[in-house]
Design a protein around this ligand. Sequence first.
Ligand code: GUN
Ligand code: FE
Length: 426
Amino acid sequence: MNKNFILKGNFVYCNEKKELVICENSYGICVDGVSGGIYKEIPEKFQNLEIIDYGNRLILPGLVDLHVHGPQYGFRGVGFDCELIEWLNTHTFPVESQFGNEDYAKKAYKIFADDLKNSATTRAVIFGTIHENSTRILMELLEETGLKTYVGKVNMDRNAPEYYMEDSTEKSVQDTIRFIEEAQKNFKNTKPIITPRFIPTCTDELMKKLAELKRKYHLPMQSHLSENRGEIEWVKELCPWAECYGDAYDECGILEGKYSSIMAHCVSSTDEEVELLKEREVFVAHCPKSNLNLMSGIAPIRKYMEKEIPIGLGSDVAGGETLSIFEEMAKAIQVSKMYWRYVDEQCRPLTVPEALFLATRGGGAFFGKVGSFEEGFEFDAIVIDDSQIKTQLDLTLTERLERIVYSSGQCKLIAKTVGGKKIFAD
Ligand code: GUN
Ligand code: FE
């Protein structure tokens, strides 16, 4: 596989300070899957590389989905007239329980993997179900796409319906060990991640054992935190000893290891919980579409950004109704405007460059040097044709980026590369 080439086009990405870097009509160098930088003229030493010319199109870093549920893809856009816990019981658990059947899982996960492959997402962190075999099927299908992902077998040993709960804490742990060892042996681009669903469905004993596995196998962890008010009250009842919801995880040791945990939502985190996230360097997966659909609220992302908490965006499908991270960018900006208007005038709305940062470098940091075209970053690129948003105006690249964010549905994704590997191209 040739991972040495040059893309030509209009490059737009973010620097470390969340500012746009615009390189009009330039050459992006990819050597061994890593960016060699963006240039106006091709440097002498790269002159023999193949050039793929994308003309006047925009080339952005691939987008990162820091939180998505593979098995929920089939009912995206259905059942949003209820809040989280009712939605889990009426829509989510009945569908996820079907994945005990491997034929069902193959059919459902094929649709998910194909659509993720064809989306603007280059990297994703994904929940499976409690089933070890089906989650392995998901990983096999994802490995074929060429995308780079983390996938977790979900753990739940309490407060779930009998038809969708693990038989015992011990079985949950044993299945997880097998899942981890198989995954580490068989896949290159698809890595295992420890995945306790959330505090209400995991006993302290299970959480402690998962923390041990996290340490032993040097794995990251993903879960949910402070998404919904009813959920938060429930956690107070279940863990009266915890100082906040996040502390219920932390006391079990599962947040140990900097930059190794992702918590989805953090809509209603207390000041104390925010300090904990900062101290443990936990990634917040901001999922604004899901938070709107399930009436969860608005996460104060400006506040988290000012504290330099690591943040990325998540589709949270099926909480979010599509896999589009462009739509999450637009919604992140829009809900931040309402938060500023109605809740706290100290929290300035997010800007387009900041939203691009969250969708690329922000979530990309969970994967290493990902989300930029600066020299040394893994070469993840998407090429966007925006010519169908017709206008008589002669727009700048900054303006075209803004249109792409707000009107991504009218744009065409014409090529995608992950770590220098071509996923598809027109
Ligand atoms: N909390 C626990 N499970 C889930 C889930 O599947 N989706 C969302 N949005 N929140 C959760
Ligand atoms: Fe979720």
